[in-house]
Design a binder for this molecule. Structure first.
Ligand code: GLN
Length: 250
């Protein structure tokens, strides 16, 4: 099968090598005999909601977010339509904030968001930085741990009843208080976890890949053939251990 990915603002929202997540998605798809076609979508480019199986938005600092936010708002309708038609999505940090209703930056600047994720974000006074370990249950009864790295000043408050991506075992998460991290609605996942998110959490890479394949085939997600994942599991183990040493919430 061919999976078409729309990568939003790769020239702006790209800190911590967030584009590496797309390299992992492509490779894991290829190992199962599928092609991934990644198409950049920039400021002023049209976003055709019917053209993609997967949409990806990386992270960026407040400055880059302010540059893309007005354009992203213009694409809101298309993002909602894509989500409603079952397109899979991953939004990281700055992208995660802008897919919510709004972000108020450190300097007081107000950025309206897409309103896909049911949350609002306001910058606090201290950055939340470090390794994170989460417990997730994207499929009922299937508990998985997710290791990553967070660095954000925004505090994201989910609406009551909204589903997070996971429960914080170690780290700050959305706001340092609620004990949850990220947001999940249907096939869309938003998270503060940066950079090598998919390389060290192969189960999440495969979950997203399965959602994108389901959209591409007009069917429901199918289990993918397992891969050896020795290095990936070791990368997870090291990151999880760092998060444990960091301590914090349990
Ligand atoms: N500018 C946002 C914050 O600090 C997002 C940062 C990021 O993407 N790392 O909250």
């Amino acid at each position: 099968m061919k999976i078409v990915v729309g990568h939003l603002y790769p020239g702006y929202l790209n800190i911590y090598a967030d584009r590496g997540n797309m390299a992992v998605l492509t490779r894991r798809a290829a190992l199962r005999g599928h092609d991934v076609d990644i198409r950049p979508v920039g400021i002023g480019d049209p976003l055709d909601p019917g053209a993609y199986d997967f949409l990806y938005v990386g992270g960026g600092q407040d400055r880059e977010q302010a540059l893309v936010a007005p354009d992203l708002v213009e694409k809101s309708e298309a993002v909602h339509a894509a989500h409603a038609s079952g397109v899979a999505m991953l939004a990281v940090c700055g992208g995660y904030q802008l897919l919510g209703r709004s972000y108020r930056g450190r300097d007081g600047s107000f950025m309206p968001g897409v309103g896909l994720f049911p949350h609002e974000t306001v910058a606090g006074s201290a950055r939340m930085i470090g390794d994170v370990l989460l417990e997730c249950e994207l499929e009922p009864g299937e508990r998985q741990q997710l290791a990553g790295f967070e660095n954000h000043i925004g505090r994201t408050l989910l609406d009551s009843g909204a589903a997070p991506l996971g429960r914080v075992l170690f780290g700050f998460g959305n706001d340092g208080e609620s004990g949850v991290e990220g947001c999940r609605i249907g096939r869309a996942v938003g998270t503060y976890l940066h950079g090598p998110l998919l390389p060290r959490n192969p189960w999440l890479a495969d979950w997203l890949l399965a959602q994108a394949l389901a959209h591409a085939s007009d069917g429901s997600p199918q289990a993918l053939d397992p891969l050896p994942d020795e290095l990936e599991n070791e990368a997870f183990r090291v990151a999880a251990e760092r998060a444990r040493k960091r301590g914090g919430r349990r």
